[in-house]
Design a protein around this ligand. Structure first.
Ligand code: AMP
Length: 368
């Protein structure tokens, strides 16, 4: 079977790497001739919105998937009329727009932030009455890794924040800033027949809006884990979803608040390559090609750490016991994720002994 992947970044690269043992072949579409996934399959170099290129990809495969969210959803819908596109374009449409996403959370009874769409400067004061201070002004579309958002701690900052994002395509949204205790994410996978597998909740640490580390299993009450799985199941079933879906949550006063979802394999699930019986990448491929889903059981305690801006010194990194490294083969640039390391340990004390040694070796550079 041949899988077409729109996007040729590290997610596409890790997908293909997981799919080769299953006998799958891959073809990618990416605007960059240096796309990291090109090492694992032919690459069509074209903009994501290039209709001919997208149809060329779809015409040569059995199933189309995507590893990047800022795609033209109407084009994907057109493709879906001719070829299986999974996850379904509806999931992409919803997750591309923070307003639609939060409205869907609300509709399904999934707790989320207090949010108000903002069309003009005049909307801000009334919106603040609902969100309170501090609040966050976000672009509805095209935000990632903390881009497209500003914290408003004081009404004096409203003008500056509004001017910064005014005119953003898709408009803006104001929401309350959650004084969370922790950030968690759930990676789940739904197969073509509707079966669902959940990975354990991960506890995530973000720095400047960029994921720094994910630890599994998160140390949370069984009740919290059960609630997360229930929320994920209602989203997966509602969207008639096939593939991997990730949901990011804040934990405030012991309760989950959904922040956003991603209709794709997710950075906070990369630890599953070494630490789960079946990785998120393999399960995504099993799902979209109609194969039975694999077990998601953990093989131990694990921590994933991203290398941001620059690669680590690999030799000394790999001297740490239980550490595995993934180089995305991307040219280093401030704030860019260029690789990750996962450490797998037999116990919490063992993991906690290695953690500081791993963190200190993994660069985090966001400014030149
Ligand atoms: P996002 O792009 O929405 O995933 O935001 C990136 C990161 O910014 C999150 O993981 C949080 O650390 C922080 N953040 C975003 N929205 C909020 C919020 N409403 N309250 C508190 N922190 C937030």
């Amino acid at each position: 079977m041949r899988v077409g992947v729109i996007g040729g970044g590290q997610l596409g690269r890790m997908l293909a790497w997981a799919g080769l043992p299953l006998g799958l072949d891959f073809i990618f579409l990416d605007p960059s001739p240096d796309a990291p996934a090109a090492a694992l399959g032919p690459l069509i170099v074209a903009p994501f919105e290039d209709r001919n290129a997208v149809f060329q990809l779809a015409g040569s495969v059995d199933v189309v998937t995507y590893e990047f969210e800022n795609l033209a959803a109407p084009l994907l819908r057109e493709v879906a009329a001719a070829r299986a596109v999974l996850p379904p374009p509806l999931a992409l449409e919803v997750s591309q727009d923070r307003l639609l996403e939060k409205q869907l959370f609300q509709k399904l009874g999934i707790p989320t932030t207090r949010f108000v769409p903002i069309a003009s400067r005049e909307d801000l004061e009334p919106a603040l009455a609902l969100t309170g201070l501090p609040a966050m002004l976000k672009t509805r579309r095209f935000g990632y890794d903390g881009r497209g958002q500003a914290v408003i701690g004081d009404t004096a900052l409203l003008d500056a924040a509004f001017q910064r994002f005014m005119g953003a395509p898709g408009g803006l949204l104001l929401e309350n800033r959650v004084p969370f205790e922790r950030e968690l994410s759930l990676v789940a996978c739904r197969g073509r027949g509707g079966e669902i597998r959940f990975y354990p909740l991960a506890e995530n640490v973000h720095q400047q809006g960029i994921l720094r580390s994910s630890r599994v299993p998160a140390d949370v009450d069984a009740e919290v884990a059960r609630a997360a799985m229930g929320y994920a199941k209602s989203l997966l079933d509602y969207l008639e979803y096939v593939g991997v879906l990730a949901i990011e949550f804040f934990l405030e006063n012991g309760k989950l608040i959904a922040n956003e979802m991603a209709p794709r394999v997710h950075n906070s699930g990369h630890w599953s390559i070494e630490a789960a019986e079946t990785s998120q990448f393999e399960n995504h491929l099993r799902a979209i090609t109609g194969l039975p889903l694999g077990q998601t059981r953990l093989r131990g305690e694990a921590l994933l750490v991203n290398a941001v801006g620059r690669l680590p010194e690999v030799h000394s990194l790999l001297e740490l016991p239980g550490v595995h490294f993934h180089d995305y083969r991307k040219s280093p640039r401030p704030a860019r994720k260029v690789g990750h390391a996962t450490v797998l340990a037999a116990s919490v004390p063992e993991l906690e002994k290695i953690m500081p040694k791993l963190l200190v070796q993994m660069p985090f550079e966001t400014a030149s």
